[in-house]
Design a binder for this molecule. Structure first.
Ligand SMILES: [Zn+2]
Length: 68
């Protein structure tokens, strides 16, 4: 399957992206780890998302047990 994605800045096809871990800030406070994807050719940021690997573990004490 051919990769069709193009960088909107430099026009290269997006075969690779730089993945950087950045910090999401809410009201001046660091709240979440974020993954930033940027073009390897021109470093334009193509997208960001919350890092699914580093979700803070919720405290479950006193709450209903998590579903199995
Ligand atoms: Zn680019």
């Amino acid at each position: 399957m051919a990769i069709q994605g193009q960088c909107p800045k430099c026009g290269h096809r997006v075969l690779h992206v730089n993945v950087e871990q950045v910090v999401g800030v809410v009201d001046g406070e660091s709240k979440a780890r974020i993954l930033s994807y940027s073009c390897i050719h021109c470093n334009a940021v193509l997208g960001v998302q919350i890092d699914p690997r580093s979700r803070p573990r919720p405290k479950r004490r006193g709450e209903s047990p998590p579903p199995a």
